[in-house]
Design a protein around this ligand. Structure first.
Ligand code: AP5
Length: 232
């Protein structure tokens, strides 16, 4: 059984582009984004994490997003665009970044394409996480996240060394409110209806590569780094 791991290797060459991770809830985007951004020393831009932080702090944005997230819906496009547009404009994104959780709608994809062009990032590399839907329920209901550093575990597949404690900082592991079974259905439906069509959108532009996301975490990471090397 694999355990949640942390790469200690020195950073690879700069990413020098926008990398987009696309795939259904529970496909492993967050897990891989953490691995890849550690390997490349690049920022991990997770819209889900950003919203969860706003919810936690009780900001106006968080108060707007909270009921939507808890019901498995999508936060309105203008809110998402404002939040991520500001984040991408920061200096640490100048040499590339990994987008995890955006775009999720056609409007977001078109807006992002324009933003990347104007920012001189060119065409993104898009990684499509392909996984049998039958695996997702177990992955989502078994997921636990560290309250301190956000490290991702799974009680079935990737347990911590000490139950309920993060291997890295000892933080308490908690379940996300949207990982309850009654919310998972609407989340998968939102993905199928609004996000899955983006796979063909990017495939037709010749920038998308499929990855078998049912493989071991380390194998998925290897495959993603291979794709990024070849896409240079
Ligand atoms: P977000 O946080 O982005 O959630 P998501 O897209 O539903 O994706 P998840 O985080 O659930 O799954 P993941 O693919 O990252 O899987 P993970 O690596 O954790 O969004 C949450 C909400 O915010 C949305 O529902 C929406 O309301 C809102 N939102 C966010 N962005 C938005 C946007 N752009 N527009 C509108 N609304 C937006 O892995 C899952 C589990 O599997 C873990 O337990 C992990 O340990 C395990 N695992 C991972 N890989 C493997 C493997 N290879 N083998 C075995 N186990 C594995």
């Amino acid at each position: 059984m694999a355990e949640a791991g942390q790469s200690k290797k020195r950073p690879l060459e700069k990413l020098d582009r926008a990398v987009i991770f696309i795939g259904p809830p529970g496909a492993g985007k967050g897990t891989q984004a953490k691995e890849i951004t550690r390997l490349y020393g690049a920022p991990h831009l997770s819209t889900g994490d950003m919203f969860r932080e706003h919810v936690e702090k009780g900001t106006p944005l968080g108060r707007q997003a909270k009921p939507i997230m808890e019901n498995g819906g999508l936060v309105p496009d203008p809110i998402v665009m404002g939040m991520i547009g500001e984040r991408i404009s920061r200096p640490d994104c100048a040499h590339g970044f990994v987008l995890d959780g955006i775009p999720r709608t056609e409007a977001q994809a078109k807006w992002l394409g324009e933003l990347l062009k104007q920012g001189g990032f060119g065409r993104p590399a898009v990684i499509h996480f392909v996984v049998d839907p039958g695996l997702l329920l177990k992955r989502l209901t078994g997921r636990r996240m560290c309250q301190v550093g956000g490290e991702i575990y799974n009680v079935y597949e990737r347990p911590p060394k000490v139950p309920n404690r993060c291997d890295h900082d000892g933080g308490e592991l908690v379940q996300r409110p949207d990982d309850r079974e009654e919310v998972i259905g609407p989340r998968l439906q939102a993905y199928a209806e609004q996000t899955a069509p983006l796979v063909e959108y990017y495939r037709s532009q010749g920038v998308l590569a499929d990855v078998d996301a049912a493989a071991e975490v380390a194998d998925v990471t290897r495959r993603v780094t291979e794709i990024l090397r070849k896409a240079r």
